[in-house]
Design a protein around this ligand. Structure first.
Ligand SMILES: NC(=O)C1=CN([C@@H]2O[C@H](COP(=O)(O)OP(=O)(O)OC[C@H]3O[C@@H](n4cnc5c(N)ncnc54)[C@H](O)[C@@H]3O)[C@@H](O)[C@H]2O)C=CC1
Ligand SMILES: O=C(O)C1=N[C@H](C(=O)O)C[C@H](O)C1
Length: 267
C-alpha cells in the first residue's frame, strides 16, 4: 500500500487528488498539508474533496507529514514546491510536483535537489496532453520550416501564472523538434507597431476567464492551409488521476527528475 500525502489540500487540485486517492487501489491518504494560517488547518481533508469526514485532518506540519508518507503529491506554487522537495530529499521520500510557473533557475534547483530521490515534475498530468506532447514533435518535424507556430491557452480567472506550464512545454517540444531554443524564440507580447513576424518565433497567447479548466491549441500555419491541434480539459479529474498514477510509479523509480512521459511509457 503506497502512503500518499497531499500538499495544497484545500486547493482546486488538492481536493480532487484526495478524492482520486480514495477511489484508487493500492494507495492510501497518509496526510494533508496546507499553508500555516490557512483556515482549513485542523479541518477534515475530506470536506474539500466532497467526501465528508474521512478521518485525515489538514496539517501545517511539513516535516511530520513528509515523514509519515511514502510520496508527497504537491500542487501549490513553485517556491512552495521547492521547499517541499528539499524536505522530501532530507527524509528520502519521493515527490510528485504538479505546480507550474517555475523559472529556468528554479527548474535547475529542482534538478539539484532531486539528485538522491525520485521526483516527478509535470506541468500536465493528463494522458491526453501527454499524447499531444508526443505527437507535436512528430508534426513539427514533418511540417518543418514552412509553417509558423502559434500557441493559445485558456484558463479560469483564478490562475496565477501565464502562460500555462502546459503551453510552455508545448512550445519547448516544438522548438526542440525544429532545432530552436524556446527561450530565444518565444514571443509573449505583440503590441503597437511590432513589426512583421520573424520566421523562427513561436507566439504564446493567453486567455483568462470564468471557470475554464484548461484548453490548449497549437497552430501550424502555412500559406494556404493550417493544422490546429487542440486539447480541452472537461474537469480536473484527469489531472488528479494522473498524479496518483505518477505517485504509484515514482516510489520505485531511480533518483532524478522524471515526467509523465516516463510514467506513461511515451518516451
Ligand atoms: N500538473 C498538472 O496537471 C496541473 C497543474 N496545476 C498547477 O497546480 C498549481 C495549483 O493549482 P490549483 O490547485 O488550481 O491552485 P489553488 O490555488 O486552488 O491551490 C493551491 C493550494 O496550495 C496551498 N498552499 C500555498 N502555499 C502553501 C504551503 N506553503 N504549504 C501548503 N499548501 C500551500 C494554497 O493555500 C492552496 O490551497 C498551479 O501551479 C497550477 O498551474 C493545476 C492543474 C493541473
Ligand atoms: O492552473 C490550472 O488550472 C492548470 N494549470 C496547468 C498548466 O499551467 O499547464 C495544467 C492545466 O492546464 C490546468
Amino acid at each position: 500500500m503506497v502512503k500518499i500525502a497531499v500538499c495544497g489540500a484545500a486547493g482546486r487540485m488538492g481536493g480532487r487528488i484526495i478524492a482520486a486517492i480514495r477511489e484508487s487501489e493500492g494507495v492510501e491518504l497518509s496526510g494533508a498539508l496546507e499553508r500555516p494560517g490557512h483556515p482549513m488547518v485542523g479541518q477534515d481533508a475530506g470536506y474539500n474533496a466532497g467526501l465528508g469526514a474521512i478521518g485525515v485532518l489538514i496539517s501545517d506540519d511539513l516535516n511530520a507529514t513528509v515523514q509519515g508518507c511514502d510520496v508527497l503529491i504537491d500542487f501549490t506554487a513553485p517556491k512552495v514546491s521547492l521547499k517541499n522537495l528539499e524536505v522530501c530529499a532530507l527524509y528520502k521520500k519521493s515527490i510528485v510536483i504538479g505546480s507550474t510557473g517555475f523559472t529556468p533557475e528554479e527548474r535547475a534547483l529542482a534538478a539539484e535537489l532531486a539528485r538522491e530521490i525520485p521526483v516527478i515534475i509535470a506541468p500536465n498530468m493528463s494522458v491526453g496532453v501527454n499524447v499531444c506532447f508526443k505527437v507535436l514533435a512528430d508534426v513539427a518535424k514533418i511540417l518543418g520550416e514552412d509553417f509558423d507556430v502559434e500557441i493559445v491557452e485558456a484558463h479560469h480567472r483564478l490562475k496565477k501564472d501565464s502562460p500555462s506550464g502546459t503551453a510552455v512545454r508545448m512550445g519547448e517540444v516544438v522548438a526542440n523538434a525544429l532545432g530552436r531554443d524556446y527561450n530565444q524564440v518565444a514571443n509573449y507580447h505583440r503590441e503597437g507597431i511590432c513589426g512583421e513576424r520573424t520566421h523562427d518565433e513561436i507566439g504564446m497567447q493567453t486567455v483568462r476567464g470564468g471557470d475554464i479548466v484548461g484548453e490548449h491549441t497549437v497552430y501550424f500555419i502555412g500559406m494556404g492551409e493550417r493544422i490546429e491541434l487542440t486539447h480541452r480539459a472537461h474537469t480536473r479529474d484527469m489531472f488528479s488521476r494522473g498524479s496518483v498514477r505518477a505517485a504509484k510509479w515514482v516510489v520505485t523509480a531511480k533518483p532524478g527528475v522524471w515526467d509523465m512521459q516516463d510514467v506513461l511509457g511515451l518516451r
